[in-house]
Structure formats: C-alpha cells, structure tokens
Write a protein that binds this ligand. Structure first.
Ligand code: ADP
Length: 522
C-alpha cells in the first residue's frame, strides 16, 4: 500500500475512459481497412514475447522479495505466456509454416488463443490466490512447485498439440462472431477484473491499479477486437495484437511500482530496526549505568559522609550500650554484602545487554567497522596486561608473544575478540597457564589462545559458536556468562574476513585460533 494515495477518483476516471474509449473506437474504425502481413505479425509477437518474458522474470523477482501467491501466479502466467507467444510467433512465421501440420488460418488463431487463455486463467488464479490467503492467515500458501509444474505442463501440452495435431479452421465466418472462441479468455479477464475491483486495493496501490488497467485492455482485445476478426491480418486482428502489447506494458508499469514499494518498505523496516536498537541501547543502558555508579559507594557504607559522621560522633560520645558497635558493624557489613551482589548482577545484566545489542547489530548488518592499519603487537600487550591481575589471582601464568605484522582492522573489535577469548581461557582454567600468540601465516596473521583448563566436550564443540550456548557443565554454570561471547567473536572475525577454529581436550585444555588478513608489503 502506498500511504497518501487518495486520488482514486482520478484512477476510476482513467479506467473508464480507457475501457469506454477503446470500445467506442472499434465502432468508429471497424469499417476501415488495415491489412498487414505475416512479417508484421511475427514482429509484434516477438515484441510481445520479450515483454512477457521480462514481466515474468520481474514478477518472480518481486515474489522472492515478498512471497505473495498473487505475484507467483502473475510471474508464472507471464513466463508461460512468453513461451506460448514465442511459439505462436515462430510457428506462424513464413519460414516455419510449411513444416506445420496445419494451415496458417488454423494455426494462428488457435495458438493465439492458447496464449490468451493461459494468461487470462493465470491472472484470474492470481486473484483467487489473494482471496485464499485473505480468508485465513492459516491457509496453506500456494505451493510453488505445483504452480510451476502446472504452468510447464500446460505450455508443453500446447506446443505438442500445435506441432503434431492437424487443427480445424479458426474462423467461423458464418456465425455472428467470426472468432467466438476468443470469448473464453475474455470471460477469465472479466472475472479477474471484477475480483480485483471488489478487492478495492486499486485505490491505494499503484500496482493493482495498473494490473486492472492491463486486464481491461486484455478483456477488450479479446471481447471486442479479436472475436470480430474475420480473416488473418485484418484491422481487428492487428488492433488485438497492439492491445495485447499495451496490456503487457501496463502490467510492467505495475510491477515496477510494486518493486519500488518493496524496496521502500524494506528501507523503512531497516530504519525502524536501527531506531529500535538505538532506543533500546540508550533506554536500558542509561538507568543501569546510573545504578552501577552508586553500587561501589553503597558497598562501602562506612565511607558515606553521613554514616562517617554518625560513626565519628558515636565514637566520640561513646556507646551507651556495649552491643551497639558490634551491631553497627554487622549491619554495615550486610549493606556491603548485598550491594556487592547487586553490583555483580547489574554488571552481568549490562554485559548481557551489550552483547545482545552487538549481536543484533551484526545480524542486521549495522555494526560499524572503523578499519585502519594496526600493528598487532601493542594490541596483544595492552589486552594481556588487562588480564594480568585476574590471572595472578587464580594462580595462572599468562604468557604472550607477537609478530610485528600489521592488519587492516577495527581496533575496538580486535580488543573485543581478544578480551572474549582470553577472558574465557582464564574463566575456564583453574591451574596452569594461558598462552597468547600471534604469528604470520601466509597472507594472514594467526592468533592463538591456549589454556590448560577444563576443555570442551567433543559433542559440545560444534555448538559453542551458536548464540546462548553454554556447555552444561556445573563448572560453567557456576562461573556464569551469557553464552553470547563466542557467537559475537566469530561474527566479528568473519566481518574482518577471518576465520576461527577450536581444538580442545577434556581436562587438558583448549586452543582457539583465528586468522585476520595481514597487510603484505610488495
Ligand atoms: P560465556 O559467556 O558463557 O562464556 P561464550 O560464548 O564465551 O559464553 O562461551 C560459550 C561456552 O563455551 C562457555 O559457556 C563454555 O562452556 C565454553 N567455552 C568457551 N571458552 C572456553 C574455554 N577456553 N575452555 C573451556 N570452555 C570454554
């Protein structure tokens, strides 16, 4: 739907004018002569074939961007029509006609009819597909396979019929209507017009308006012009061909509008998603940061100015009761203990929010990468220094070495990757060492983080890069984490055209290796 399109009376007038105008035109010009020939016919049919082929492909591109049964039927309808039109144009050309089992006067009308009947039925089916989808959101959507198979079968059946079966004359000159069979497609075009008009979307959607215009012209070409064609290449015959091409062009305009709308909607959805992420990140992080700003103060309540003053005063004046200093200390310790728990949970929540936002930004292709030339040694040294204390606290030795390679990467992301991997190594290792190294390997720098920790089960290894995966060992559960770190790490590495792999032995240790393309001097 195109919001803001309210000019439907103009659309109604346009449709009436075209419908009525073309019908009246017939009565004005029908006494004239406009004889053409086989070559002219072949040129018109070849143009129609190219147009129909293009429309069919465009409609299927539309369909695969936004799966609607309506567009699937239009796409397959036009593709089938393209083959039938092409076939009709070729077999009725001067060159081929001598090889055909039927005369031109049979072959041209019947193969024209096959293409028109096919298209009109598929356009009517396109309306029925919409009605079916509308009736119930739970209705099974149209099976693509069935639509394709039926369209190919019908097209092939027509080819075989025309190539091998001798046909009767396509003109009934004795009857009031020279080509009465042309009313069959007209009926389906009319049914499709009624359906789409009742659907009412033509008022708001440019695509449906042009679809109805195309159907109206298709209907007139059949009901008024071709049905009155008394012999090959007469005025009615030529007009019907011209109108067929016009109806294809109108369909093409509709599909181009549809395509434009799909892109516009995708852009709006993308913008909404990015706005949503911005709001969430701001709204969730701001209050949490404020809370976490106060928790360190509350965790040492004796240092708060008023409490400090109270303690000093009480000390100065002496306690009236012996139990008071003990109770006071106990109560301050309680504050501190609970506040530390709040602080730990708050920090965990903040890192979880940050991780979720990072991951959704990467998934939405909205993660900004600020790539520049980086020398890896200082990054390795800086990051490892951050972990020296936590490694020492656990009695682990943390060793690191690096080549002097340069990479073209985002510095913040490189640190984030290393922090995640070294942090995990320390987290899941109780004794031994952590070794961090970066060496050149061909066109890449290979980083490795090796620990002598818990290791990872073989069955779990294939899942650890998935979101929210934590190996369900009691050790992991006790240690805590979000299960997002490795998923983000992997995606960040891939954003830099690198790869990550893991090797692990239960109770022996784990090695994570990842590569980043290095800058190679000529
Ligand atoms: P978490 O936030 O839980 O650490 P990660 O995505 O970083 O999430 O890791 C997923 C899981 O992979 C961890 O819960 C842990 O079970 C396992 N894991 C990751 N690194 C190591 C390691 N160095 N040694 C053992 N297990 C690890």
């Amino acid at each position: 739907m195109e919001p803001g399109t309210t000019n439907h009376s103009a659309r109604r007038i346009a449709a009436f004018t075209v419908g009525l105008g073309l019908s009246l035109l017939y009565f004005i010009i029908s006494d004239n002569q406009w004889p053409s020939n086989s070559e002219f016919h072949t040129i018109m049919e070849m143009s129609a074939t190219v147009l129909a082929l293009f429309i069919g492909i465009l409609a299927l591109v539309n369909y695969y961007s936004k799966k609607e049964g309506t567009i699937l039927f239009i796409g397959t309808g036009f593709l089938g029509t393209a083959f039938l039109d092409g076939f009709h144009g070729i077999v009725t050309s001067e060159f081929f006609i001598p090889y055909m089992p039927s005369e031109n006067t049979s072959l041209i009308p019947w193969s024209w009819l096959a293409s028109r009947l096919f298209l009109s039925i598929y356009l009517f089916l396109s309306f029925l597909a919409w009605r079916r989808e509308k009736k119930s959101v739970l209705a099974k959507s149209v099976s693509e396979k069935n639509v394709y198979i039926s369209s190919i079968t019908l097209t092939l059946a027509s080819f075989i019929l025309f190539a091998f079966v001798p046909l009767t004359e396509g003109f009934f000159s004795d009857s009031v209507f020279a080509r009465a069979e042309e009313y069959f497609p007209a009926v389906f075009f009319a049914l499709a017009i009624i359906g789409y008009i009742r659907k009412g979307q033509w008022k708001y959607s440019g695509f449906e308006f042009w679809l109805i215009m195309s159907l109206i012209i298709g209907f007139i070409s059949q009901a008024i012009y071709m049905s009155n064609s008394a012999y090959l290449f007469d005025l009615e015959f030529n007009m019907a061909h011209l109108l067929k091409i016009t109806s294809y062009i109108f369909m093409l305009i509709g599909l181009l509008i549809n395509m434009h709308n799909i892109y516009q909607q995708a852009e709006i959805a993308n913008r909404t998603k990015s706005e949503f992420l911005n709001i969430i990140s701001h709204e969730l992080r701001t209050p949490l940061t404020v809370i976490l700003g106060y928790t360190p103060l509350l965790s040492q309540p004796e240092k708060l100015p008023a409490t400090k003053k109270m303690l000093d005063t009480l000390k100065e004046k002496g306690f009236e009761h012996q139990a008071i200093p003990d109770l006071l200390e106990k109560s301050l310790n309680e504050y501190s203990k609970f506040t530390n728990k709040m602080d730990a949970s708050g920090k965990h929540l903040l890192s979880l929010i940050n991780d979720m936002l990072d991951l959704s930004k990467i998934e939405a292709n909205m993660m900004e990468i600020d790539q520049k030339v980086l020398t890896i040694r200082p990054i390795i040294i800086e990051t490892c220094k951050q972990f020296e204390k936590s490694a020492k606290d656990k009695g682990l030795s943390l060793n690191y070495s690096s080549s002097d390679d340069q990479i073209y990467a985002d510095e913040r992301h490189m640190s984030q990757i290393l922090i995640n991997l070294i942090g995990n190594a320390i987290k899941f290792t109780d004794e031994g060492s952590i070794n961090v190294a970066a060496v050149s390997k061909g066109d890449f720098v290979e980083f490795s983080i090796t620990d002598t920790g818990h290791g990872i089960n073989k069955d779990d290894i294939k899942n650890i890069f998935n979101q929210f995966t934590q190996v369900d060992g009691s050790a992991t559960r006790n240690i805590g984490g979000s299960g997002l770190g490795l998923a983000i790490t992997k995606r960040l590495i891939e954003l830099h055209n690198g790869q990550i792999s893991v090797n692990s032995e239960l109770d022996q240790g784990t090695t994570f290796k990842f590569t980043i393309p290095r800058i190679v001097e000529d």
